[in-house]
Design a binder for this molecule. Structure first.
Ligand SMILES: [Cu+2]
Length: 231
């Protein structure tokens, strides 16, 4: 991992220490351990970095935090694709599906974790958000454009992150402790179990590496010429 990541760990550790000191002054106790940031690298069968991998951490021997997620996540329709392609959310979250294209879309999920349908609507109209109240993998289609597909991964834990173009995910604000950290890519669907590692996390934790046993299938490109999309 690049050493440039190190300062943010130190910064987080200091923030945790300050919060702890303040809590001690106020209440006489400091129950929260230091918060760490964990970096995870996802690589494929051929050791190439993988984007759109969701890494999520489940505490072992400690309760799941009860804090709710507040902001509604957004999966837009833009340039005849869903953006983002992969959206991890905590269970109980709401997701909006605004249409930024000039064309209409018809959003639909058949997944048991959340069946829903947003019938055709025009640009500028944001339909009411969809509540994801069960954990699981929700595959989102557009019934008008068969290449359009997005994945909402509904998780029990609030500790998650998605890998970027460099294959790195950053899970922030993890209290010290033991975790099972899983890594999932949309090509695994709900058939293949996610990769998993059990790790002890603190501010000195080493970056994690997950190597998948496949090469990801590239996302299907939009099949409509831009002028038809209203550009
Ligand atoms: Cu569409």
């Amino acid at each position: 991992m690049p050493s440039t990541h190190l300062p943010s760990w130190l910064k987080l550790s200091k923030a945790g220490l300050l919060a702890c000191a303040l809590a001690t002054l106020g209440t006489g106790t400091c129950s929260r351990a230091w918060a760490a940031t964990v970096f995870g690298l996802a690589i494929d069968k051929n050791s190439a970095v993988m984007s759109d991998v969701v890494m999520y951490a489940t505490p072992i021997g400690a309760p799941m935090p009860t804090t709710a997620k507040t902001d509604a996540a957004i999966v837009a329709q833009s340039d005849m694709q869903f953006t983002p392609y992969v959206m991890p959310v905590r269970v109980g979250s709401q997701v909006k599906f605004p249409n930024y294209d000039k064309m209409e879309h018809h959003v639909k999920s058949f997944s048991p974790a959340k069946e829903f349908e947003i019938k055709t609507y025009e640009k500028g109209v944001t339909p009411p958000p969809v509540l994801f109240d069960k954990t699981g993998i929700v595959v989102v289609y557009c019934l008008l454009h068969n290449w359009m597909r997005a994945y909402v991964l509904v998780l029990e834990t609030p500790y998650f992150a998605k890998t970027d173009a460099s294959g790195v995910a950053k899970i922030e604000n993890l209290p010290d402790g033991q975790y099972e950290i899983k890594a999932w890519h949309p090509n695994m669907g709900s058939i293949k179990p996610p990769l998993a590692q059990t790790v002890t996390i603190n501010s000195q934790s080493a970056p994690l590496k997950f190597q998948f046993d496949f090469v990801p299938i590239p996302r299907k490109p939009a099949q409509v010429a831009k002028q038809h999309a209203g550009y």
